[in-house]
Design a protein around this ligand. Structure first.
Ligand SMILES: NC(=O)c1ccc[n+]([C@@H]2O[C@H](COP(=O)([O-])OP(=O)(O)OC[C@H]3O[C@@H](n4cnc5c(N)ncnc54)[C@H](OP(=O)(O)O)[C@@H]3O)[C@@H](O)[C@H]2O)c1
Length: 287
């Protein structure tokens, strides 16, 4: 039995799809905060169980009979260490034989603030005695392609990433890597740095411009100015701070990677930027 935490999220759904290509639905358990909202996962034939990182009492029954666990990191930044500790404790008590944790690229050396909770979770896993494998995911291509409408409207994409390279891949790529690890053998204690083909923010703007047939330029801004742009667009301050900090990490090269481990695990090239841009532009409402 393979369970997936945060199965209701974007990556969780892609992971379920990838696992269903390899194992029958009867061997999969979706852990979600709100089972009543997970009708789509139940309709696929998965068992749906309540698994709330904030309610440790839900996690032990959720992991009963589970051999392997895809542990997708929570989305509530700042609260994730106690949440993740609850998952690791429950996995240890349930005797889970492999926990695959979705961490962040170069978690051990990254100075990006978002890496802190991942680093602590990796340490919790190592200390727990539970067999684990670390899936250190790079940035999602979708982070860059899901918001192209304002870029086209303004003819500009803003950021503080300088000429830093972003080795992003699609959520589906990372999900497929997770499915390969969970259904394969010999992955215990391995640390996978998972990343796509690198591009700069200027490359992104040029690709959007080329495909949309409109001028779109990358505007590299000082951090305070970029923060003001994000807050002006309606983002909460702490979220804007995290995005600015992540861009500074990109500028330092911390979101780049040329290990090729993602491509080896999935047995194909990862999704190119051009394909992700094309899919996102095709999904935009007609002007
Ligand atoms: N690599 C990247 O570029 C990148 C970007 C953003 C995030 N991330 C990380 O990767 C994770 C997965 O990404 P995603 O795109 O799937 O994010 P997402 O679509 O926002 O999904 C987040 C998931 O976390 C679940 N969750 C939040 N709090 C929880 C709790 N207390 N107990 C149980 N589940 C909880 C959510 O459940 P509900 O459906 O109930 O809300 C949802 O299923 C994120 O949570 C974050 O840690 C990575």
């Amino acid at each position: 039995m393979i369970a997936i935490t945060a199965a209701s999220g974007h990556l969780g759904h892609r992971a379920v799809e990838a696992l269903l290509k390899r194992v029958p639905a009867a061997g999969l358990v979706a852990l979600v905060r709100h089972p009543e909202r997970a009708g789509d996962l139940a309709a696929l034939g998965l068992q749906v169980r309540e698994g709330d990182y904030d309610r440790p009492e839900t996690l032990a029954p959720a992991l009963a009979g589970v051999e392997k666990l895809l542990f997708i990191s929570g989305s509530e930044v700042g609260r994730r260490v106690p949440q993740h500790r609850a998952v690791v404790d429950a996995a240890r008590r349930a005797g889970v034989r492999l926990v695959a944790y979705t961490s962040i690229l170069h978690a051990d050396t990254s100075r990006v603030l978002l890496a802190t909770e991942h680093r602590e979770t990796e340490a919790l896993l190592r200390a727990s005695g539970v067999p684990y494998v670390l899936l250190r995911n790079g940035w999602y291509l979708e982070n860059y392609t899901e918001h192209l409408a304002p870029a086209l409207a303004h003819g500009a994409i803003a950021g503080s990433a300088g000429n830093g390279r972003i080795a992003a891949a699609s959520r589906a790529d990372y999900a497929e890597a997770a499915a390969a690890v969970l259904t394969g053998t010999g992955h215990e204690r391995r640390v996978y740095e998972l990343a796509g083909t690198p591009f700069t923010m200027a490359d992104l703007a040029a690709e959007v411009s080329r495909q949309a047939g409109k001028p779109v330029a990358y505007r590299d801004l000082p951090p305070a100015e970029y923060r003001a742009v994000l807050v002006g667009a309606g983002l909460p301050g702490p979220y804007a701070d995290a995005l600015v900090d992540a861009d500074l990490g990109v500028a330092r090269g911390e979101l780049d990677d040329a290990s090729g481990e993602l491509q080896r695990l999935i047995g194909r090239p990862s999704t190119p930027l051009a394909s992700a841009v094309a899919a996102a532009l095709a999904a935009l409402p007609a002007p």
